[in-house]
Write a protein that binds this ligand. Structure first.
Ligand code: GSH
Length: 337
């Protein structure tokens, strides 16, 4: 009897929080003819529909790169908007095949909830935006302030840790909807708004001519390595997502671009470029894909540097730690060999 109880309780402990879909994501995506990709509800530069309803941004382009690697066509993506609160369930339940949405890689999201980060697409950090006329030199000046933020984020947790360790008192204004929380800040309901620096640049740029009325404080209070996630238990799919990200970075390292990828595939003598572009090594086959998988991804969105410039330079972000390692940054690809 005791053994039975032990067995039952260990089974219960092992049970995942949400029923897992069968672990053949590649097969499911092929059968559907479309990648279902979880994005945000709309953050300019990361994932946001443009005036024509086309999703734009670094994270949206990563969805396209994976669709191109898997299906040969970067347009075969269904973008599924998720909030900070709904994103993990969307992936766990199988509603999306991939979550590509400014999500910070942390222990609690990598280990206990059945999800796995495939790498870092952006090395971000948490900051604050305030009105310029508050004349704050740094975030400690926020003592006694009201601070707007979204729940279900690392933002919320970092702010609490930072305030406690710095003896800063604040009143949080916690609003789930992104448009509403941004609106609350810009209408003066909060003295500051806190999120990832990319998010701050994005909402500030959205103010157009009024952008200069707001300043992003110099402090960075939390490390926010942002990356795409998949479900644990489907290693082939994990490899596809991880190596698509690596392929975009490797392409930049080797000067392969959306425009020159065909020529480079045809005529580049470098063995590493030959392997990357599917002319040697049969790496595509090892992933269950066409050998042109990486070339297709690069053709669809460009290399990592092209994706970064197109989406993040316009909102005024410096490439900083997202430069290639050879240029002093943190981005590099393991070898294609
Ligand atoms: N990186 C942080 C924050 C991510 C986050 O959700 N940020 C907000 C503010 S930029 C966001 O994406 N909002 C858009 C939305 O709710 O769709 C995390 O992973 O928790």
């Amino acid at each position: 009897m005791r053994r039975l109880v032990l067995l039952l309780s260990s089974l219960l402990l092992a049970a995942p929080a949400v029923a897992q879909p069968p672990p053949d994501t590649l097969g499911a995506v092929r059968a559907r003819g479309q990648l279902s990709c979880g994005v945000s509800t709309g953050v300019v530069g990361l994932s946001q529909p443009d005036a024509r309803g086309e999703w734009r941004g670094l994270d949206a382009d990563f969805c396209r790169a994976v669709a191109a690697a898997v299906l040969g066509d970067g347009a075969k993506v269904r973008f599924v908007p998720t909030t900070p609160q709904t994103r993990f369930t969307a992936l766990q339940s199988g509603e999306v095949d991939l979550l590509s949405r400014n999500t910070t890689w942390s222990f609690a999201r990598d280990v206990p909830i059945g999800l796995a980060f495939v790498g870092v697409i952006m090395h971000d950090g948490q900051g604050f935006i305030t009105r310029r006329d508050l004349n704050l030199a740094d975030a400690r000046g926020l003592d006694g302030a009201t601070i707007c933020l979204q729940p279900g984020t690392t933002t919320e947790l970092n702010l609490a840790d930072w305030a406690r360790s710095n003896n800063v008192r604040f009143t949080p204004v916690v609003i789930e909807n992104f448009q509403e929380v941004t609106q609350a800040f810009f209408s003066g309901r909060c003295d500051a708004y806190t999120t990832d620096r990319s998010g701050l640049a994005s909402i500030r740029a959205g103010q157009g001519p009024r952008a200069n009325d707001y300043v992003i404080l110099p402090d960075t209070i939390g490390a926010e390595p942002l990356g795409p996630l998949v479900r644990k238990g489907d290693w082939r799919w994990f490899d596809i997502a991880r190596w698509t990200l690596n392929a975009l970075v490797a392409a930049e390292e080797h000067g392969v671009t959306a425009v020159n990828v065909e020529d480079r595939a045809r005529s580049d003598a470098s063995p590493e470029v030959q392997r990357l572009l599917g002319r040697a090594g049969e790496f595509g086959r090892a992933l269950g894909l066409d050998d042109a998988w990486a070339a297709n991804a690069i053709r669809a969105v460009g290399n990592y540097g092209e994706v970064w410039q197109r989406n993040l330079a316009p909102i005024g972000l410096e490439r900083g730690r997202d430069r290639l390692a050879r240029d002093g940054g943190l981005m590099w690809s393991p070898p294609f060999r």
